[in-house]
Design a protein around this ligand. Structure first.
Ligand code: DGL
Length: 289
C-alpha cells in the first residue's frame, strides 16, 4: 500500500469530526476519507451484532477505496466492531475508547462521571477498561447519554432540550462528588461549551481525540506508512455521509478550514429496517435513564 494513500476514518455520524480535526492538526500531510454513517445513527441504541456488521461493511468499503489505515472514530463501533475489523491484519486499525485512564489520573475526589452510549457501557471492552484502571477508592458513575446523539446529528448542541438532558445526566454525578467527566462518545465534545456554561470549572472534561491522533501517528510510523509532504503542503480530505449531506456540511464548515463539499454515498451491508433494540443486560453501575 503506497504511503500517500488516504486513511479511512468513520463514525456513526458527525461525531468523528472531533477526531478528524485532531488528526488533521497533528498529521496535516495525510489524506483522509471520512464516512459518517448517519443513516444508521445512533449506533448506541442498536444491537451489538448490527454495530459489528456496519463497522465491517464500512471498513471493507474504505479499504476498497484504497485506504492504507482505518480510524474507528466511534467508541460504540470500537466497543463492538474493532476486534472483527482487526481480524484483517493487513492494515492498521486504530480505535477509540472512553478516557478512563486519564480521568482516573486527573480526579482529586475519586468520583468520575462517564457519559457514553448505552451500547458502549454494556460492552465487555468497557467493563475490562474500567477493571484495568479503577484505582482503590475510586468510583465511576456511568450514564448512557440517551437522546444526545440524535440532537447533535440534527446540529443542535445547546438548545433548551439539550441543556435539560445535560442537567438530567450530569447533575446527579456532581451531586455525588464527581470532579471529572469522561466524554465517552465522539459526538459529545461538541457539547463542551454547553457543559462548561452549565457546570463551569466544577468538572474536568476528558476527551480522547488528540490521544487517538497520536496513537495513529505511532502506528503509521511503526508500519512505515507515514505520508510524505504533498506538493501543496496538505493532504486531501473527502467527506461522505450515508444520509443527508446538510448536517455534516454545517458541522464541517464550522470545524474545518476550507471543508470540501460533503457527498452522499451508499454503503451496503444490513437492511435499513433491522430492529433497533436489544440490549444485553449490564452488570455495570449504570445510572437509570
Ligand atoms: N460517536 C459515537 C461514539 O463515539 C456513537 C454515537 C451513536 O451513534 O450512538 O460512541
Amino acid at each position: 500500500m503506497p504511503s500517500n494513500a488516504p486513511i479511512g476514518v468513520f463514525d456513526s455520524g458527525l461525531g468523528g469530526l472531533s477526531v478528524l480535526q485532531a488528526v488533521r492538526a497533528l498529521l496535516p500531510h495525510e489524506s483522509l476519507l471520512y464516512v459518517a454513517d448517519s443513516r444508521f445513527a445512533p449506533y448506541g441504541e442498536r444491537p451489538d451484532s448490527f454495530i459489528e456488521q456496519r463497522s465491517l461493511a464500512i471498513g471493507r468499503w474504505l479499504r476498497e477505496r484504497g485506504a492504507k489505515a482505518l480510524v474507528v472514530a466511534c467508541n460504540t463501533a470500537t466497543a463492538h466492531g474493532v476486534a472483527a475489523l482487526r481480524a484483517d491484519a493487513s492494515w492498521p486499525v486504530v480505535g477509540v475508547e472512553p478516557g478512563i485512564k486519564p480521568a482516573a489520573a486527573a480526579s482529586h475526589s475519586g468520583v468520575i462521571g462517564v457519559l457514553a452510549t448505552a451500547a458502549t457501557l454494556r460492552s465487555t471492552r468497557f467493563a475490562d477498561l474500567l477493571a484495568r484502571h479503577t484505582a482503590q477508592g475510586q468510583r465511576f458513575l456511568c450514564q448512557p447519554g440517551h437522546g444526545l446523539v440524535e440532537r447533535i446529528e440534527a446540529g443542535d448542541v445547546d438548545s433548551p432540550a439539550v441543556m435539560a438532558l445535560l442537567d438530567r445526566f450530569i447533575e446527579p454525578m456532581v451531586a455525588q462528588g464527581a470532579d471529572t467527566l469522561v466524554l465517552g462518545c465522539t459526538h459529545y465534545p461538541f457539547l463542551i461549551p454547553a457543559i462548561q456554561r452549565r457546570f463551569g470549572t466544577a468538572l474536568t472534561l476528558v476527551d480522547t481525540g488528540a490521544a487517538i491522533a497520536r496513537q495513529l501517528q505511532r502506528r503509521l510510523e511503526t508500519d512505515g506508512l507515514k505520508a510524505s509532504q504533498p506538493s501543496d503542503g496538505r493532504g486531501s480530505l473527502q467527506l461522505m455521509t450515508t444520509a443527508n449531506a446538510e448536517a455534516l456540511q454545517t458541522m464541517a464548515d464550522r470545524l474545518l478550514p476550507n471543508a470540501p463539499r460533503v457527498q452522499t454515498v451508499e454503503i451496503a451491508g444490513i437492511a435499513p429496517h433491522s430492529p433497533a433494540s436489544q440490549d444485553r443486560p449490564s452488570n455495570l453501575p449504570i445510572i437509570p435513564a
